[in-house]
Design a protein around this ligand. Structure first.
Ligand SMILES: Cc1cc2nc3c(=O)[nH]c(=O)nc-3n(C[C@H](O)[C@H](O)[C@H](O)COP(=O)(O)OP(=O)(O)OC[C@H]3O[C@@H](n4cnc5c(N)ncnc54)[C@H](O)[C@@H]3O)c2cc1C
Length: 816
């Protein structure tokens, strides 16, 4: 007890693979005074997991990167730390039963290729050559990943622990964290062995993360949005035929994932291991009569074989060998699920100097990369790759228990499902309804959730197919197409109205607000009574966020940003406020809402509803009344037409909406807005705008003022980049696309080489063409350059366009 440490730089709570990997990365980077507290033995959950590098295809480039890093790291880890491990690179196949699944495989293979992973599309015959025991007659094909495999999680954790200790990290086993306190800028982490003072704390408590998260509530923390599900797999007795094959070939058969039926099946010693993600899945510890035990380490839930029956039968038809085997044992263990099934890695929302890395459903496969990412957050406050897909701040206050439970059940039961672009998942919805929700629904709105807010995606008419089945396609064409076209045309020829509920809205005011904000953003600020766009960059000059700023007075600003950016941007601003408290920060997100009224007739339609001066120019703002209610009118339009944003108190939105539609504005939805904005080259956050790109790479040169006196974050890096030459450039491309437009992260090719990637793509109904935005090598950004984009496996000709909007290049319509 006497030698128990009293201070540390970082305390990591939880010694599973993720916590241990984080300690390993910190220690390796020279952060030696870091300590990991584990309430038990170092566990890694148990000893039954596979690790691989194929992601769960949730469209997450970040997760794919993290898994690729893990797989590479594990390959040499045993040697690096002199701790040999059972790591079998068996390769894996995913089975495709449909055209859509094969298209998904094509897309993943292309993304993989960009990351240096060679994944191959296979015919059913080729699948049979790769896996000698499977039936393929009913398959469309498959995806072969030669680098997938399985690893012993306990050995992996021990290897990471050995490496961490040798590099200076400290591990305290049988040392539960019992509480947290704060003393000034320091954390006090409480344990039965004594208190530890430290600068940073990290919650890596696995499926206990919600409980550990409670300790942070007095310091601004929230209830961690997660649910514990039961995941089971079943092991067979040894199978003589499999043993013989393994002996003869000197290797195991490849891992098999039937993603449509929803199970994985791999060789375990000389038997088989079948793990389904069942539709009829089960959550644990979610009701008051089933409380979470103090400790569940090394324990399992009772077998629930009934749930597995369907999958066992299906797998026996696929791999008849399975039916020849005797039943071994069933493993039914706890597995944490965040609402979208992706982990939470990054800053702990609302709590300074605290981080989290938990809720992993594939923690063994991702642990290596997760430790790297988490250590970067702790050491540098930013990460090498954009990690928004797993950032804990992607969830805000709508994730109550009911939501988390509904989403966890949905996500687990669809672990391998395809995420089609026009499909919205039905569970856990209606968390935040705008005051005109019922009106929109009555007008046929088909909703999507944006930071919990229900917004209209498109408006269906009587007889339109609004079924979930109709959305199960990667194609552009669907029941929505004709309506989205009509909505775009209404905005082009008349005027449309769209409610953007949940726009994140912050007010910053006080003496010196002007000078302070100027020192934060990369460019200039608008004059009083004007609005504009501002950007925040990180220390490497990369795009952290974009905000619309409206200037009410010399030292009073309204900052408006994406709905999903609410916690991210609120924290960014608050963290940078002057310490002397001279500025006031207010979050007005729920108090107000926004209607976009846009199109050549919007002035005519509005003129009967307001006394405002509608001749004021583009980017002007004025306080006025619309339909007898107070409103701020800001003249700008993300749709790229004459238009205004009407900002008003939420309670007044219904009256204003009725007046605007009564005057002739036609409701339009988010799908139309996306099409309209892409024709103008307007960017969206975390698609086109992310920390994967510098301000210059993102084509935002005109928003960077290197000659201003303020030393904004990222200025030095941007100066250096300018001197050294910008390597990548943002371009707009017209694509000879087939039935699908280019999704996010489609690879861009030139002369048989990958030269860039798309950040978004859509059909432009005003120009009648498919458009893609993206970045390519700088020398290929010249207008007229011919490139190719791999869209679901099809190489489509793409031509780089001049650096101006495709629709209304002179911006005459917005300035009319
Ligand atoms: C049946 C089954 C099969 C699976 N198969 C795979 C697979 O094939 N591939 C794969 O990648 N993943 C698989 N997983 C998921 C994988 O096990 C988890 O994602 C992974 O173990 C999570 O690691 P972790 O470090 O985040 O959490 P954990 O391993 O849960 O570690 C958290 C640690 O925190 C400790 N702790 C909690 N509270 C405290 C406290 N107050 N103080 C100190 N310590 C504390 C716990 O004791 C624990 O050791 C499977 C899971 C199950 C149940």
């Amino acid at each position: 007890m006497a030698d128990f440490l009293t201070t540390a730089r970082v305390v990591i709570i939880g010694g599973g693979v993720v916590g241990t990997s984080t300690l390993y990365h910190l220690a390796k980077a020279g952060w030696k005074d870091c300590v990991l507290l584990e309430k038990n033995e170092l566990t890694a959950g148990s000893t039954w997991h596979a690790a691989g590098n194929v992601p769960n295809f949730a469209g997450s480039w970040a997760v794919m990167n993290m898994q690729r890093y893990s797989a590479e790291m594990y390959r040499t880890l045993g040697e690096d730390v002199d701790y040999p491990m059972n790591y079998h690179v068996t390769g894996s196949i995913r089975l495709g039963h449909s055209r859509e699944r094969m298209q998904e495989f094509e897309r993943v293979a292309s993304m993989g290729q960009y990351q240096g992973l060679q994944m191959d599309i296979c015919t059913p015959e080729e699948l049979k050559e790769i896996h000698p025991f499977i039936e393929t007659h009913d398959l469309a094909g498959g995806l072969w990943d030669p680098l997938d495999g399985d690893i012993d999680p306990a050995q992996l954790t021990q290897a990471l622990a050995k490496g961490a200790r040798e590099a200076g990290g400290r591990i305290e086993r049988f040392c539960p964290t019992t509480g947290i306190d704060r003393d000034g800028d320091e954390w006090i982490v409480k344990t039965d062995k004594g208190d530890i003072r430290c600068e940073f704390v990290v919650n890596c408590a696995g499926y206990y993360a919600q409980r550990v998260g409670e300790m942070f509530k007095p310091f601004g923390g929230r209830t961690v949005p997660m649910v514990v599900m039961s995941h089971q797999y079943f092991l067979t007795e040894p199978i003589a035929e499999l043993e013989a094959w393994t002996k003869e070939n000197g290797r195991k058969v490849p891992l098999l994932r039937d993603v449509d039926t929803s199970y994985y099946l791999r060789q375990d010693k000389n038997g088989l291991n079948l793990g389904p993600y069942e539709r009829n899945c089960k959550a644990h510890w979610v009701t008051p009569d089933d409380p979470m035990p103090e400790d569940f380490s090394f324990q399992l839930y009772p077998d629930d074989l009934e749930r597995l029956e369907y999958y066992i039968e299906d797998a026996m038809a696929r791999l008849p060998l399975l039916g020849t085997a005797g039943v071994g044992r069933n493993i039914n263990g706890p597995i944490p699920y965040a609402p979208d099934g992706l982990p939470m890695i990054g800053p702990m929302p609302g709590v300074k100097n605290a981080f989290e890395g938990h809720s992993f459903t594939f923690g063994i496969a991702q642990g290596g990369g997760a430790g790297k990412v988490l250590s970067e957050w702790i050491m540098h406050g930013e990460t090498e790759m954009d990690m928004w897909a797993v950032d804990p701040r992607r969830y805000t206050d709508y994730t109550d228990h009911d939501h988390c439970l509904a989403k966890a059940l949905e996500t687990y039961g669809h672990e391998y499902a395809m995420h089609f672009p026009h499909h919205t998942w039905p569970a856990g919805r209606n968390k935040k309804l705008s005051p005109i929700h019922d009106k929109l629904a009555a007008q046929g709105a088909q909703f999507g959730a944006y930071n919990g807010w229900e917004r209209a995606n498109w408006f269906a008419k009587d007889g339109d197919d609004t079924s979930e089945e109709a959305t199960q396609t990667w194609d552009r064409e669907g029941p929505w197409t004709v309506r989205v076209k009509e909505e775009c045309e209404a905005v082009r020829d008349g005027a449309g109205v769209l409610e953007l509920s949940g726009f994140s809205r912050f007010k910053i005011s006080g003496p010196g607000a002007d000078e302070w904000l100027r020192g934060q953003v990369t460019g200039a600020l608008p004059k009083i009574g004007r609005a504009g766009l501002v950007y925040f960059s990180d220390s490497r000059g990369r795009i952290l966020t974009e905000m619309s700023v409206a200037r009410e007075e010399a030292d009073r600003f309204i900052l408006i940003t994406a709905a999903t950016a609410q916690w991210h941007d609120s924290e960014l601003l608050q963290a940078r406020l002057p310490a002397d408290g001279s500025l006031t920060f207010e979050d007005w997100t729920t108090r107000m809402s926004t209607l976009i009224v846009t199109g050549p007739k919007s002035r005519d339609f509005l003129s009967g509803l307001t006394e405002a001066d509608l001749t004021l120019p583009w980017l002007s703002m004025q306080e006025t009344e619309v339909a007898g209610r107070w409103a701020a009118l800001v003249r700008l339009s993300f749709a790229g037409e004459l238009g205004w944003e009407i900002h008003a108190e939420s309670a007044d939105i219904p009256a204003i909406y009725d007046a605007v539609t009564g005057a002739g504005a036609k409701p339009f939805g988010m799908y139309a807005l996306n099409s309209l904005r892409i024709e103008k080259g307007y960017r969206t956050w975390k698609g086109d705008l992310s920390t994967d790109y510098s301000m210059f790479e993102g084509g935002l040169d005109r928003f960077v003022k290197l000659d201003k006196p303020q030393d904004f974050t990222g200025k030095a890096a941007l100066l250096a980049e300018k001197q050294q030459g910008i390597k990548k450039r943002f371009v707009t491309m017209i694509v000879e696309a087939g039935d699908q437009d280019a999704p996010y992260m489609s690879t861009v090719w030139h002369n048989g080489e990958v030269v860039g990637e798309t950040t978004s793509g859509d059909w432009g109904y005003r120009i009648g063409k498919s458009v893609a935005l993206g970045t390519v090598r700088a020398e290929l950004a010249e207008p007229g350059t011919e490139l190719e984009i791999n869209i679901f496996g099809k190489m489509c000709r793409a031509v780089v366009q001049p650096d101006q909007p495709l629709w209304d290049p002179e911006n005459a319509r917005i300035r009319a």
